[in-house]
Write a protein that binds this ligand. Structure first.
Ligand SMILES: [Zn+2]
Length: 342
């Protein structure tokens, strides 16, 4: 199936919140990792989200070019073509983009979508994240409101963040530990400012102690009830229509109980990067260590061409990552939920 359009994406998100499941939003940096996601989603009969970070885009554009928007466009164009061969819907999203990178990443990608729309073609991406969490909330929302107005006109969904996700992702470290938990007051401010952008749709990454990267259990004190408190506050003040569609960042190492509780409070998208990176690299490490004298030309020997052909071990990695995607779909209660009808 082609990439989801705006109408289908909106319905996907609505069904998830109503049905108490969430979509895995998986970071990809190459054709192989994008294919792994499509395979895993299709085998789970689940729709899902493929996302690209600024660093992932720069990587995908090639080390001589390092153009984050160009790499993101290249992967997105591949997904538009490849997704047609899979019986599920996938949405394309871009991950954390701080204010100083908007002009190099999100804005050129929105312009690309605007060009495509003017030519009668589908949007390139379905949604983009603006991460203004390092700014004072007012400045964060000033930028968000402007973006949401432009997004609304192009049937794009905006993801914003209030509060700070701890840890490190893509070389950016979340500090300000006091903001690791979003407050109901913050989220009322978000709704007050963004809900007046008529026809605008947004997702909110509210933080409840989440940390990017990987930590052993017990390191992170997750408080999913923060999400419930935020939802109750916004519904009380602005009515049921204002209930948030929430995003869970930094979930590596969370317990299933915590994940399910967060979903029950309105999380519809869970970002998964670190665990996917590990699942991809694990079989490659195994291959290299077990076949040391075949992948290397040891002591004047010639090695084994089959064993060092990148296709051989990347295929192992693709399969392992697809399996990890299937596990994510299961944990997020999404198995068999695709909207695609054959
Ligand atoms: Zn994140």
């Amino acid at each position: 199936m082609p990439v989801a359009n705006y109408e289908i994406y909106c319905r996907m998100l609505g069904r998830a919140r109503e049905g108490h499941f969430a979509y895995p939003a998986i970071n990809v940096t190459s054709l192989t990792t994008a294919n792994a996601v499509l395979k895993g989603l299709a085998e789970s009969k689940s729709d899902g989200i493929i996302q690209i970070s600024t660093g992932g885009g720069a990587f995908a554009s090639g080390s001589a070019v390092k153009d984050m928007a160009l790499g993101a466009i290249s992967i997105a164009e591949h997904v538009h073509r490849a997704a047609e061969r899979y019986p599920i819907y996938v949405a394309l999203h871009t991950d954390h983009c701080q204010a100083d990178k908007l002009d190099k990443f999100v804005i050129p990608l929105v312009e690309e979508t605007e060009k495509r729309r003017a030519a009668g073609k589908p949007n390139l991406f379905n949604s983009h994240m603006f991460d203004g969490s390092a700014l004072p909330l007012k400045e964060n929302l000033d930028i968000s409101v402007k973006l949401l107005d432009r997004f609304r006109r192009n049937e794009l969904i905006l993801e914003i963040e209030a509060g700070v996700v701890g840890g490190e992702e893509d070389g950016v470290e979340g500090k300000a530990s006091g903001k690791l938990y979003t407050t109901p007051e913050d989220t009322l401010e978000v709704a007050g400012r963004l809900n007046i952008v008529n026809g605008g749709r947004y997702l909110l990454a509210a933080t409840f102690g989440n940390v990017h990267g990987v930590y052993k259990p017990g390191h992170v004190k997750l408080r999913p009830e923060v999400l419930r408190e935020c939802q109750e506050a916004v519904v009380k003040e602005h009515g049921e229509a204002a209930r948030f569609f929430l995003v869970f960042h930094g979930g590596s190492g969370s317990s299933i109980g915590e994940i399910h509780e967060a979903i029950d409070y309105g999380v519809v998208k869970m970002n998964i990067d670190t665990d996917m990176q590990y699942s991809f690299t694990r079989p490659i490490a195994d291959h290299m260590l077990k076949n040391y004298d075949a992948v290397l030309r040891v002591d004047g020997e010639v090695g084994n061409k089959k064993m060092y052909d990148p296709r051989f071990y990347l295929a192992l990695a693709e399969t392992a990552m697809a399996e990890r995607v299937k596990l994510a779909v299961t944990e997020l209660r999404g198995v068999g939920t695709t909207m695609f009808k054959t």
